[in-house]
Design a protein around this ligand. Sequence first.
Ligand code: HEC
Ligand code: HEC
Ligand code: HEC
Ligand code: HEC
Ligand code: HEC
Ligand code: HEC
Ligand code: HEC
Ligand code: HEC
Ligand code: HEC
Ligand code: HEC
Length: 465
Amino acid sequence: MKGSKRLWYWLIGTNVILFGIIAYSAIAPGALTKTILLPGETSHGHYQIEMRCDVCHTEGNGIREDACLDCHAEELRLAKDTHPSSKFNDPSNADLLNVLDATNCLTCHREHVQEQTLVMGLTMPADYCYHCHQETLETRPSHADFAFDSCATAGCHNYHDNTALYENFLNKHAGEDDFLAEMVGLARSSPSPPTASQLTQIAADAPESLSGDAAILDDWASTAHAAAGVNCSGCHATEVLNESANQTTNHEADSASDEFRWSRTVSLDTCGQCHERERDTFLLGHHGMRLAQDLPAMTPAEARIPMHVDAAHRQLDCNACHSGHRFDTTYASVEACLGCHNDDHSNAFTQTSHYDVWQQELAGESPVGSGVTCATCHLPRVEDDDGNVWVQHNQNANLRPNEKMIREVCMNCHGLAFSIDALADQDLIQNCFATSPSQHIESVDLAKARFDEKQRKREARLKKK
Ligand code: HEC
Ligand code: HEC
Ligand code: HEC
Ligand code: HEC
Ligand code: HEC
Ligand code: HEC
Ligand code: HEC
Ligand code: HEC
Ligand code: HEC
Ligand code: HEC
């Protein structure tokens, strides 16, 4: 009797708790309770947004049909994806799908199965290329001795992105020096300060009670924003009450307080009004991907890679690197990063020759663009169609597979073969490229030999005629 009563209480108790959990997770979107329902740890690429089950799942816990491409289509387009679904619509290739359905992302990228997940969210053993490309090992004498699971070796082939590895490209850049004659990357094209709109401390339009901080006034007045005519209200106004406040920049500080409402904090979207590309790309990488899904900003405490303990609770928004009122890009390029990141690769950077040339650039001893910083590789300067150089703020855009860095970054200063060798060398990544590559990848040599052979045959044929 007593026993069954206890069981009864126990059943009611667990039901109440269960019901509570379900009810709470239903009314609290993004609540941590949702993660209790996860079948396993989410991958390195997605755990930051795992609370947003709905971006991938339907209500019935299936996978939304366009989930993956909604977020990744643009990236794969830029990568000139070597294996898009469209390739398998071709009847001559359709047979291959019987072995492995390459039109479904989930064939190779499952989720919440950490124990079988490799880098880049890959949940498929590395030997699957062979299923479809067996004949290559037979038709190409150069490949005859290659192991069947070696196709995707670093520096050889990728599944999606071969933009730096296709044969014509390899052949075209064969024979380049390790260190090019001119080792200079792109320079930023921010217009030199437009002196016409240069603002001084006196023209600051913050309410008097707030513009008393001499350090803020000095930082602002001596840097890019004041030079470009962006006043305090440009960032701190939440609401422009008087239309003319936008046009007049030279009015008295105290009259300004009537014209806008002051906000102490400055949102990402305020910066984004003037710096759209920087904001949009920031939201795509690990730094900004949580803000893009309306989740609280990422912090080092939640990272899976090593971070400084004293930075644990810093929020990742624009100010994380552009702190204070100087918005100093020199600080943002190295020091800011090292305030949070604490892995071997990052910590080795200041002992490399890349860092040395950066110091020389800062000292004015070598040309603008010749230095290499964390940002040179991870937030690279890129050129748009109009020839304007801007800063890519998605630090994951070229991170993996790392051959993505070759054309955009390394080849400004190094030859292709050297860049491939360096990026395929794990020890070199660990020491942040402090020494020369220890191994040589044959890709460029093989492509060159093949094109030379073709050329020889063509010439022989012409001679016969
Ligand atoms: C980035 C996309 C993504 C997010 C976010 C995500 N999932 Fe998943 N989930 C997947 C994928 C992909 C699978 C694997 C489906 C398969 O193997 O067919 C999966 C599988 C599952 C499964 C197993 C389904 C089965 O049939 O085996 C469960 C349960 C699940 N997810 C729950 C959740 C919950 C709960 C959340 C939120 C807390 C969540 N997932 C967030 C992508 C996601
Ligand atoms: C809400 C947007 C979103 C959805 C939906 C989404 N992803 Fe992602 N995914 C991201 C972001 C952001 C990253 C991290 C940044 C990066 O690596 O580009 C990422 C990372 C990845 C990575 C790892 C890349 C690396 O370098 O480690 C793979 C692979 C991937 N996603 C595949 C998928 C697949 C397959 C699906 C469908 C099940 C999917 N994603 C759904 C946004 C999304
Ligand atoms: C046959 C296996 C396979 C299928 C199917 C597949 N991938 Fe991949 N994916 C890979 C491999 C392998 C990598 C590792 C890098 C590489 O080799 O390109 C990768 C890497 C990625 C990356 C990292 C960044 C990059 O540019 O490589 C993303 C994002 C990604 N896949 C998304 C997708 C999406 C979205 C789909 C569905 C449209 C998909 N993948 C289908 C095998 C696959
Ligand atoms: C499901 C079958 C399938 C799988 C698995 C597969 N491929 Fe392919 N691959 C193809 C098809 C089909 C083509 C297109 C051939 C063509 O256009 O003639 C192709 C083309 C390529 C090309 C481009 C060749 C060119 O024309 O420049 C490369 C490189 C490549 N695959 C490498 C890989 C690697 C590396 C893997 C494993 C990571 C892999 N493939 C896995 C079917 C597959
Ligand atoms: C380019 C944008 C920008 C401009 C222009 C700007 N600020 Fe700020 N200001 C910020 C940001 C970002 C913060 C940090 C807000 C936060 O913590 O969320 C800030 C914070 C502040 C704070 C609070 C500081 C603290 O320690 O709490 C004061 C006061 C301030 N600004 C005054 C000014 C004054 C006065 C001017 C004009 C001389 C000015 N700001 C111009 C972006 C700007
Ligand atoms: C009202 C427009 C406006 C707003 C709002 C604004 N900026 Fe700017 N910002 C500019 C202009 C104009 C320049 C100078 C030209 C350039 O570099 O693009 C500039 C320059 C910069 C620079 C380069 C500084 C240098 O020394 O070269 C950084 C970094 C920057 N802004 C970051 C921010 C951040 C972060 C925010 C939000 C806290 C912000 N800006 C808000 C207009 C704005
Ligand atoms: C991870 C650090 C980091 C974060 C976070 C960051 N930036 Fe930057 N930003 C940099 C670095 C580094 C540079 C300078 C790169 C260079 O000199 O090549 C830069 C440069 C800029 C520039 C000058 C671009 C030019 O072409 O002159 C602007 C504007 C800018 N950032 C705006 C933003 C805005 C807006 C945000 C928030 C959405 C933001 N940044 C977040 C590191 C960061
Ligand atoms: C406020 C702290 C902070 C600052 C400043 C910062 N980062 Fe990060 N960074 C992070 C966190 C947190 C992550 C997410 C790590 C994760 O997802 O596990 C991250 C992720 C990254 C990644 C992607 C790692 C991966 O495995 O996908 C790269 C690359 C990176 N940061 C480079 C930089 C560079 C370069 C700078 C300076 C220009 C910088 N970071 C500044 C905190 C910071
Ligand atoms: C010469 C180019 C270069 C420079 C300079 C550089 N990195 Fe990297 N970084 C790389 C490459 C390549 C990788 C490896 C990508 C891969 O294959 O996973 C990497 C990886 C990373 C990662 C990811 C580590 C992980 O385990 O996921 C972080 C974080 C990072 N770098 C931060 C930094 C910081 C901070 C600095 C400056 C102090 C810096 N890097 C300087 C090229 C560079
Ligand atoms: C803006 C120019 C520039 C860019 C971009 C650049 N490097 Fe370098 N790199 C240099 C210079 C200069 C040196 C030092 C040469 C010297 O010591 O004389 C160097 C040295 C190196 C070394 C050390 C060589 C040795 O023998 O000690 C490696 C490895 C290396 N770079 C790899 C890379 C990789 C990989 C990338 C792309 C992710 C890259 N670099 C991007 C300019 C650059």
